[in-house]
Design a binder for this molecule. Structure first.
Ligand code: UD1
Ligand code: UDP
Length: 367
């Protein structure tokens, strides 16, 4: 039966996840697309609509930035208005952002069932805003679409067994679909960081709230400056919130770190695939690095993505902001003399398969 669904998105990774799901969802159901506008810079949001052929939003709430309460409150009011008008059969939310929280709360208070994509992830660290958002969405959802067996186990440990489906990782579906387009190292000839050579640069992204604290900003700037070299620069694709945090403490990672604006999705995949190694605190980039088989240093003390660490066969290390651990792990995982050949072999043998999550989610909603 064809039903009306409202999908609530608002941040870069949610636009990317929606691009993975929306073709399958729209083939079977009516999907009204609500963009909260949590992310609003062209490089963080608008550009992904064209690049990923996402349908334009049916409703744009344009809530912008603010404190957690201000931002979430504006979203709640906006989403509630849409849901009262549309009365969908289900409300779909992705991940663990404030847009996820607002979509969930607005829906359940109106008695509408929620489908939560990426349910069950836990860092067991409630100082992370994402952990609070996940707990609320998981507990209030009717469908809990878990990407990994660990996520299913986390839900079970909290007594959540109903509506749980292990569907795989939606982001793997999109990475599998688009990664063949970036396999040719020719994509490195002209990048926003200038011309790059396969295996002769490190790729970095940093945006977690804990890594925007002044002491943390100074620590990762020092870390990046210590691993960057003239003949192996770091390309740092910078989230605007992180740039503001750097400006506040006047921190700089030095001349061998090339800072760029946030990149398009394909450029992000390309710069990961052909890098000597990736350094990141991003959930999405971490998994992409694992799927692309690139050595990856996770700039956090914990990770929710246990399976990515396991699947990396030792290529992923969770190091926090420890500069000496970064140096040692890079010597182990990405020795200067070997990385050009490693990158060439990796790109030549790339064979990433979809996880089938989009179909699994759509089929579950059909039932
Ligand atoms: C949000 C999510 C995080 C997710 C990330 C993906 C929450 C609590 N956090 O973090 O889980 O991993 O998105 O990227 O929902 N800003 C701009 N332009 C923009 C967007 C943000 O300048 O288009 C700046 C503003 O200064 C803003 C800051 O970034 O205050 C933080 O933005 P916000 O949406 O609150 O959280 P993110 O850090 O992006
Ligand atoms: N990404 C991108 N451009 C960038 C950095 C990341 O397109 O400059 C993509 C990345 O490839 C991944 C997603 O954004 O698909 C991850 O989103 P983000 O790191 O913002 O959030 P998280 O996954 O940590 O919630």
């Amino acid at each position: 039966m064809r039903v009306r669904i409202v999908s609530v998105v608002g941040t870069r990774p949610q636009l990317i996840k929606a691009a993975a799901l929306s073709p399958a969802l729209r083939a079977r159901h009516v999907d009204l697309f609500v963009d909260t506008g949590q992310h609003y810079d062209a490089a963080m949001a608008g550009s992904f609509f064209a690049e990923l052929s996402l349908p334009p939003p049916d409703v744009s709430l344009a809530v912008g930035s603010g404190t957690h309460a201000e931002q979430t409150a504006r979203m709640l009011r906006g989403v509630e208005e849409v849901l009262e008008r549309e009365r969908p059969a289900a409300v779909l939310v992705y991940g663990d952002t404030n847009s996820t929280l607002a979509g969930t709360l607005a829906a359940v208070k109106l008695g509408l069932p929620v489908a939560h994509v990426e349910a069950g992830l836990r860092s067991f660290d409630r100082s992370m805003p994402e952990e609070i958002n996940r707990l609320v969405s998981d507990h209030l959802s009717s469908w809990r679409f878990a990407p990994t067996p660990t996520a299913v186990a986390n839900l079970a440990a909290e007594g959540l067994r109903e509506g749980v489906e292990l569907v795989g990782d939606l982001m793997q579906d999109l990475a599998a679909r688009l990664s063949p387009e970036v396999r040719d190292p020719g994509v490195l000839v002209a990048t926003p960081a200038g011309p790059l050579e396969p295996g002769r640069y490190l790729f970095a992204t940093i945006h977690r709230a804990e890594n925007r604290e002044p002491a943390a900003v100074r620590a990762w700037c020092r870390l990046l400056s210590e691993v960057a070299r003239p003949d192996r620069p770091v390309v740092l694709a910078l989230h605007p919130g992180t740039r503001a945090a750097m400006d506040r403490v006047e921190a700089s990672p030095g001349p061998d770190v090339r800072i760029t604006e946030p990149l398009g999705y394909r450029t992000s995949l390309a710069l990961q695939l052909h890098a000597a190694a990736v350094l990141t605190d991003s959930g999405g980039v971490q998994r992409e690095a694992a799927w692309l088989r690139v050595p990856c240093l996770v700039l956090r003390r914990t990770t929710e993505w246990i399976e990515a660490v396991k699947a990396s066969a030792g290529r992923m290390a969770v190091i926090g902001l420890d500069a000496s651990a970064a140096r040692l792990e890079l010597e182990r995982l990405a020795p200067m003399a070997s990385t050009p050949a490693m990158a060439a072999e990796r790109a030549a043998s790339l064979d990433l398969q979809p996880a089938g999550a989009a179909e699994a989610i759509t089929a579950a909603l059909d039932r």
